[in-house]
Design a protein around this ligand. Structure first.
Ligand code: ATP
Length: 849
């Protein structure tokens, strides 16, 4: 095997580049992208906006030309804001798509490199392993036990065996490797593949609609109808009272445009997309937008142990052989070439013999590299050791079987070497090799070995045994019978230092961390206890124990369990189902091809960015770029933050819009003059709805966000009193704005001044309320103002706009405003701030209590 690895060179980078130029990229042609111009035009794709434009043009022709032009300018500025939002969302989604792009392992310039699959070209040699998605069409050069799933092409989901035989040697793009491994020479790429012919079948990963957005879309429709009815009422009452027809019509339409929260679904997408890019900075890649919402509901995190809770930096510490335990830090290990051969030759590590540093020269699973490093510090010695050996057959490692076997030819003689979980090898061994002699493996001997395994696992060591045989070397699973047991090693894999804190954080947030591992019960327990995931052995359940439980029994039991040990991937599926049956929202991690069903079943399936296979990645809704448990907890926190922020700006937008509509509605109800002109209404909409709402979407989390219980998945966005908050606050904004108008009238100020007063009160009420919306549990006094600089900036811009239309003569002429004096400003600040202050004092006292 090693000899062959050296012979394969693959294409040179230069040659590959040339071929890419002539064959193109390995891509299926995509649907045409929407152009920037179309995105801009789509901003006007709204019935009410067209009515407003129509009404404006009519009123422009009939008189107020300056008004008409200003309204059109405001409409255009609004469209630009909408365009920027949508364009940003598109861009960040595109960036995510390219990050999620599939990769593949190829030989280039004689080295194995991982490349983006789109740069694969005809003639490339690709290395395939279980779980890989086949990146292009090709012919098999070499393979062992290769089985692929071609259901994407044939519709039949049965594994198909592949070999070098003529009818079995073709592999197709988009199909997946279920078992075994091989080398594939690429013969067709991109649209020339079989997949290219049916390119549209490929699923698009990002286009799923978020359920929240869908719900908001339908809420939006109801609000539109409600707004139109109220605005029509205001218009009709105004006309009946003898106001000018065009003026009233324009007012009604302006009010409708201002009050309809048309931006809501767009801001939700922006908030989700921004959250997704923030999550990416913290190493979690969300593949499906709706997952962001679900993240905040997670109540159980099922996590793999190796590499996720632990560092996956494995070092062999102890060796059991010849009936004794050797500690590698103290003892000198006796020569045992059979154990050495089992661990080195029954090993899938790749080597780079040009690299002198052994740490850099080995590529592969840390469990396997640790075994090589236990014997070799010098790569040249490893080269010499393996140079006369050639692997002629293998049964690959599989986490269900927990072992692997090879037949190796050395100097014309074949031997079988096996490594795997000690109890699996003991089950299959009839003899034991001790002190140079082969003896029958007696019951007592087995018990002695099991006791040693237990003792090492209790000290958190991960055990791996070796066995061999020289006779009856069948090329089938029969190979793994009547083995000669050699011994086993115990390795440490230290927990990740950051995990302890993350576990504590989970517990405070009402989330249950669960360890799921293929490892030994004792090893799992020792590590889980160290990480505070569990306290007693009663909280540990093994795969064997799961086997004898019915689904019903398992779901009854599962809530008491914190660690699942020696489980196989198929148990994971039952575990997810059991937790879900108890009403939990479950996230499940996985890396191997067999984990895909459990990942699909979980509410949030999480795959590993480093060690995960393509199949698990595609089944998952989130990829952990660093395989780290803490990243899951960070992502959940971010999910909660995003959901909270969406609630924040929904609260803000709806109560503000309610305030606007109510001001006008109450005025018409009580036969008062209109407190705002159409152009002023549109100004309020421009100054308060856009930037402050977006800035709220970027709000940092409440300090106690991870001290709250997870949200119920069925909970609506308006739950926990949000509707009441919106109704009460919105009404108060409307009533106080109207009162400010009345106060002005009472003083006998001109209609222009009174309108300016209500305009300023309405704008300022909203700009103060936006800070209240930052927290549902804390008062304005407790929220640190500058933790959201975007919001401070957005509010500053809005205030500047207000001041400008009041004090710049040219603008005040357009907006029909007057310059308010000091006393009038005091009135404005009183009416806009009083409720916020009362409310904050109430909240402050409540929290203090
Ligand atoms: P986790 O599920 O948390 O990742 P794990 O890595 O121990 O834990 P598996 O990879 O399924 O789980 O391994 C299960 C057992 O199989 C290990 O405890 C070990 O005894 C054995 N094993 C692991 N890797 C290999 C390998 N490369 N070759 C042979 N046996 C292995």
């Amino acid at each position: 095997m090693v000899e062959e690895k050296k012979l394969i060179k693959g294409l040179s980078s230069k040659d590959a580049e040339k071929r890419q130029k002539s064959f193109g990229l390995n891509e299926l042609s995509e649907k045409k992208k929407i152009s920037m111009f179309k995105i801009f035009l789509s901003q006007f794709n709204d019935f009410m906006v067209w009515v407003l434009i129509g009404a404006t043009i009519i009123s422009g022709i009939m008189g107020e030309k300056a008004d008409a032009i200003t309204i059109l300018i405001i409409i255009i500025i609004n469209a630009i804001l909408g365009f920027v939002q949508e364009y940003k969302t598109e861009k960040s989604l595109d960036a995510l798509k390219s990050l999620a792009a599939p990769t593949c392992k190829v030989y280039r310039d004689g080295n194995i490199t991982v490349i983006n699959a789109k740069y694969l070209t005809v003639g490339d040699i690709v290395i395939l392993e279980a779980g890989d998605r086949i990146p292009a069409d090709g012919e098999i050069l070499e393979c062992t036990s290769l089985m692929v799933d071609e259901s994407l092409l044939t519709g039949e989901s049965v594994g198909i065996s592949k070999s070098l035989r003529e009818n079995e040697n073709s592999l197709y793009m988009g199909t997946t490797v279920l078992k075994g491994k091989g080398l594939l020479q690429i013969t067709a790429i991109g649209m020339n593949t079989k997949m290219g012919e049916i390119a549209n079948l490929l699923q698009d990963i990002e286009d799923e609609k978020s359920p929240l957005k869908e719900r908001l879309d339908s809420l939006g429709k109801i609000l539109v109808i409600l707004c139109i009815v109220i605005c029509a009422l205001v218009t009709v009452v105004g006309i009946l009272r003898g106001n000018e027809l065009t003026e009233m019509f324009l007012l009604g339409v302006s009010l409708a445009v201002a009050a309809i929260p048309e931006g809501l679904p767009a801001i939700v997408t922006v908030a989700l997309a921004l959250g997704v890019s923030r999550m990416l900075k913290k190493n979690s890649l969300v593949r499906k937008l709706p997952a962001v919402e679900t993240l905040g509901c997670i109540s159980v995190i099922c996590s793999d142990k190796t590499g996720t809770l632990t560092q996956n930096k494995i070092t062999v510490k102890e060796v059991y052989m010849n009936g004794k335990v050797y500690n590698l830090d103290k003892d000198i290990l006796p020569q045992n070439s059979l154990m050495m051969k089992s661990f080195i030759l029954c090993n899938d590590c790749n080597y780079d013999f040009n690299e002198r540093n052994i740490d850099k020269a080995l590529y592969g699973d840390p469990t396997e590299t640790a075994l090589i490093k236990m014997y070799f510090k010098d790569i040249n010695l490893l080269k010499a050791f393996t140079s006369n050996t050639r692997r002629v057959y293998d049964i690959p490692f599989d986490s269900n079987r927990k072992m692997m076997s090879v037949i190796v030819r050395e100097n014309g003689k074949e031997s079988c070497y096996v490594k795997g979980a000690p109890e699996k090898l003991l089950e299959r061994s009839s003899y034991i090799y001790e002190n140079g002699r082969i003896k029958p493996l007696t019951y007592q001997k087995k018990q002695q070995i099991i006791a040693s395994v237990n003792s090492m696992s209790e000290r958190a060591l991960r055990c791996l045994a070796a066995a061999y045989k020289d006779e009856s070397l069948e090329r089938s699973e029969e190979l793994e019978k009547n083995l000669i047991f050699i011994g086993f090693v115990g390795s440490i894999d230290p927990p990740r230092p950051e995990v302890k804190d993350a576990v504590l954080k989970c517990k405070l947030a009402g989330i249950r961390p669960i360890m799921i591992t293929g490892d030994h019960k004792n090893t799992a327990f020792a590590i889980a206890k160290d990480l505070n995931i569990c306290n007693t052995l009663e909280q540990v359940l093994t795969g064997e124990e799961i086997e004898v439980l019915s689904d019903k029994e398992l779901s009854k039991m599962v809530t008491k369990i914190r660690v699942f040990a020696r489980v196989s991937p198929n148990h994971k599926l039952r575990i997810v189902k059991a937790f879900r049956k108890n009403g939990h929202i479950v996230s499940m991690t996985g890396d191997g091809v067999n984990d895909a069903p459990a990942i699909k079943e979980a509410d949030i399936g999480i795959s590993m960015g480093i060690s995960g296979t393509d199949v698990t990645k595609e089944a998952s809704s989130m990829i952990l770029m660093d395989d780290n448990f803490r990243t899951i907890v960070d992502a959940i926190e971010e999910g909660r933050v995003i959901y909270d922020n969406i609630r924040k700006f929904i609260r803000y937008l709806l109560s503000c819009n309610l305030g606007e509509v109510l001001t006008m509605f109450l005025a018409s109800l009580f036969y008062l003059p209109n407190p705002l002109s159409p152009i002023q209404i549109l100004f309020v909409n421009l100054a308060t709805d856009g930037l402050p709402a977006i800035a709220l979407g970027m709000d940092p989390p409440d300090s106690d966000i991870m001290r709250q219980r997870p949200r119920e998945k069925s909970e609506g966005i308006f739950a926990r009193g949000l509707t009441e908050k919106i109704l009460v606050r919105g009404s108060l904004i409307g009533i106080l704005t109207l009162i400010s108008f009345l106060v002005g009238m009472n003083y006998g100020w001109s209609l222009e001044t009174c309108r300016t007063l209500s305009l300023a009160t309405l704008v300022m009420s909203q700009l103060i309320h936006v800070f209240e919306c930052r927290s549902e549990r804390h008062s304005i006094f407790e929220i640190k103002l500058f933790t959201n600089p975007f919001l401070v900036g957005a509010v500053a811009i809005s205030i500047t706009m207000l001041v400008a239309i009041l004090y710049v003569p040219a603008l005040s002429a357009i907006f029909h405003t007057t310059a308010l004096n000091f006393g009038q400003w005091l009135l404005v600040l009183f009416f806009s701030g009083i409720i916020a202050i009362i409310n904050s004092i109430y909240l402050y006292i409540k929290v203090k209590r």
